[in-house]
Design a protein around this ligand. Structure first.
Ligand SMILES: Nc1ncnc2c1ncn2[C@@H]1O[C@H](COP(=O)(O)OP(=O)(O)OP(=O)(O)O)[C@@H](O)[C@H]1O
Ligand SMILES: [Mg+2]
Length: 271
């Protein structure tokens, strides 16, 4: 594999070593958080967050409950405002409001824990709504794209059904396909499998792993450590609103540096 290919689409096999560090300095990050601070009232939830994500990188964010993982994700597409610091997407600071913000949101796909499909619309309508409204696609083109994406996540036969007729795993795969229909530059996943019955977790993780292998830039908050080891280029460990560690999967899981990370891992890995 050439240097360029390694840089644009890092694989699960790529290690932090010199290759990745060189790539990190050589390319402009797709997402960059600098000195980000966020309070909810008197609660200081994000403390001097500095993070860069390059195109094609898969970042997995882990950490104890309440450490600020979801809040950090939500600031990246401005579902939450920040108090200070800067967040840049593709070099551009996040817009405050209006059309620019709507355009930005279209470029950042987000999949949450709960399936946020529109309950009163069919799967196909769920898929085509935003591409037609926001991307101004022709209905036929939007439907063709929708069917392609539904096929990619293995639920094309469900297109005419209502969300409630699908299993949780199928709904979550539709949610991923729906986000992809906007042709986002980056996908954010906030615990996309934690509300699923155990037997449905893998079908969603398989779709995410496939996306990662195809070179999608991804930030994933997840407790699925198998997925993290397999698909992540980097692990970010958060505790109390701070990023305490940032390392390769092997580095983080095999040699966590801080006591907080060691405690966290000993709890989740013994389950
Ligand atoms: N809208 C809000 N208003 C007030 N406090 C909030 C709000 N959202 C989150 N918090 C608080 O901010 C802190 C960080 O929450 P956040 O949801 O980002 O944590 P998390 O790491 O995602 O946790 P979990 O693993 O439980 O999902 C928590 O103390 C939480 O109670
Ligand atoms: Mg959360």
């Amino acid at each position: 594999m050439s240097e360029t290919e390694t840089r644009t689409a890092p694989t699960a096999e790529s290690h932090a070593g010199n290759g990745v560090s060189a790539a990190m300095t050589a390319t402009k990050p797709l997402v960059e958080l600098s000195h980000v601070e966020k309070h909810f009232g008197s609660l200081h939830v994000l403390k001097d967050i500095n993070l860069k994500v390059n195109t094609g990188e898969v970042l997995v964010v882990v950490g104890p409950s309440g450490s600020g993982k979801s809040t950090m994700c939500r600031t990246i597409n401005r579902l939450e405002s920040i108090d200070s610091g800067v967040i840049r997407i593709d070099g551009e600071p996040l817009p405050q409001e209006g059309r620019d913000l709507a355009n930005l949101r279209a470029e950042v796909g987000m999949v949450f824990q709960s399936f946020n499909l529109f309950a009163n619309k069919t799967i196909l309508e769920n898929m085509t709504l935003a591409p037609i409204k926001v991307r101004h696609m022709e209905r036929k083109d939007a439907e063709d794209l929708a069917m392609d994406l539904l096929a990619r996540v293995g639920v094309e036969s469900q297109a005419s059904k209502m969300p409630s007729q699908l299993s949780g795993g199928q709904q979550q795969r539709v949610a991923i396909a729906r986000a992809l229909a906007m042709k986002p530059k980056i996908m954010l996943f906030d615990e996309p499998t934690s509300a699923l019955d155990p037997e449905m977790v893998n079908e969603v993780l398989d779709v995410m792993t496939q996306l990662a292998q195809e070179g999608m830039t991804m930030i994933c908050v997840t407790h699925e450590m198998g997925f993290a080891r397999r698909a992540a280029n980097r692990i970010v460990f958060m505790a109390d609103g701070r990023i305490l560690e940032e390392d390769t999967p092997d580095g983080f899981f095999d040699h966590p540096k801080t006591k907080r990370a060691q405690d966290f891992l000993s709890k989740i890995l013994t389950h």
